[in-house]
Design a protein around this ligand. Structure first.
Ligand code: IPM
Ligand code: MN
Length: 352
């Protein structure tokens, strides 16, 4: 009997459905080739549904999703919905209630042609950001005082628990060991200014490091990290950081690996249901034109298969993507690839 995985698919808004369609095409081919099965069920959580029905993701939806092996998400975002509603009601709701406490974001350059940094090659840009995904400034804690007056104060709290920090750090140490590349883990923080939050992170980091004598540890402030991404990306192997800093540095990371068209990520609950998505958004201006780059979604699908245990299939997908990037595409940007969205999906399938 082949292994069968139950995949919850959330195509979402904008170009989400277009890139997920290509991702599923590639996953289907990999399943046939490597002898496993994916049972797919679609969920229509989206800005479009919210505008029609007022519905976001509710607790029953979460209970239903808990029955799946993994979630595959396109993009959620609609220009007609006020910022904050879909983020909190769909994406963050899923991440938080499914306790996907790690956001794993590889930054890997597949071809020197697509790196905006002069003189950097694929060996130089190959690291992974482990972003804490359940706490920090994303916790939504804070308040207004004297709202709407001249005396107004807006407070937004970065909430860091010892348990939350520790489970993230442990994941990062284990990941660095398993990756087995340079065996170096860099803590990216801001100990010089954020002296409560980063004191806890730093103490926990060096305490846990004692259990991992084979891992070299390093520390960099987040502003310096941004500088090193551009100047010396080859210094990094694995970076661990909080939710907000991780959000920011992974957009910069996406740019040095060739742009949003190729950047994939996974929201991981190591004991539960994980969710995989391209890092880019719903790209409303490209919707329905068959011009968006599906490779980020395809790579996210590959990460999903790896997490499910289909390591060979995942590796084959990455190799096929590398081949297509190196030998076929004119650009990784929407509308400039020299191929349509569906043709890029076909090229990956042909190279699988
Ligand atoms: C990301 C996105 C989200 C985040 C937004 C859409 C809430 O930017 O996945 O990086 O800030 O985490
Ligand atoms: Mn982001």
């Amino acid at each position: 009997m082949p292994n069968t995985y139950k995949i919850a698919v959330i195509p979402g808004d904008g170009t989400g459905p277009e890139v997920i369609r290509e991702g599923l095409k590639v996953i289907d081919t990999a399943a046939k080739k490597f002898g496993f099965k994916c049972d797919v069920k679609n969920f229509d959580f989206s800005g479009a549904r919210y505008l029609k029905t007022g519905k976001l993701v509710d607790d029953n939806d979460i209970e239903e999703l808990k029955k799946f092996s993994a979630i595959y998400l396109g993009a959620v975002g609609d220009p007609n919905v006020r910022p904050g509603i879909l983020e909190a009601g769909v994406l963050l709701k899923l991440r938080f209630t499914l306790d996907e406490y790690i956001n794993l974001r590889p930054v890997k350059l597949y071809s020197p042609d697509y790196c905006p940094l002069k003189g950097k090659s694929p060996e130089d840009v190959d690291f992974v950001v482990v972003r804490e995904n359940s706490e920090g400034l994303y916790k939504g804690m804070g308040e207004f005082r004297n709202k709407g007056t001249r005396e107004e104060v807006a407070v937004q709290i970065s909430y860091n628990t010892r348990k939350g920090v520790e489970r993230c750090l442990r994941y990062a140490f284990e990941f660095t060991r398993k990756r087995n590349r340079r065996k170096k883990l860099t803590l990216c923080g801001k100990t010089n200014v954020l002296t409560y939050a980063w004191d806890l992170w730093e103490r926990a980091f060096y305490e846990i490091a004692k259990e991992y004598p084979d891992i070299t540890t390093d520390y960099a402030h987040v502003d310096a990290t941004a500088m090193w991404f551009v100047k010396n990306p080859e210094w990094f192997d694995v970076i661990v950081t909080d939710n907000m800093f991780g959000d920011i540095i992974t957009d910069l990371g996406a740019m040095i690996q060739g742009g949003m068209g190729i950047a994939a990520g996974g929201n991981i609950n190591p004991q539960g249901v994980s969710m995989f998505e391209p890092i880019g958004g719903s790209a409303p201006k490209y919707t329905g034109q068959n011009v968006i780059n599906p490779l980020a979604a395809i790579c996210a699908g590959g990460m999903m298969l790896e997490t499910l245990g289909e390591v060979e299939a995942s590796k084959a997908i990455e190799d096929a993507v590398i081949k297509v990037v190196q030998t076929k595409l004119k650009s990784l940007a929407a509308g400039k690839m020299g191929f349509s969205t569906s043709q890029v999906g076909d090229l990956v399938v042909e190279n699988l």
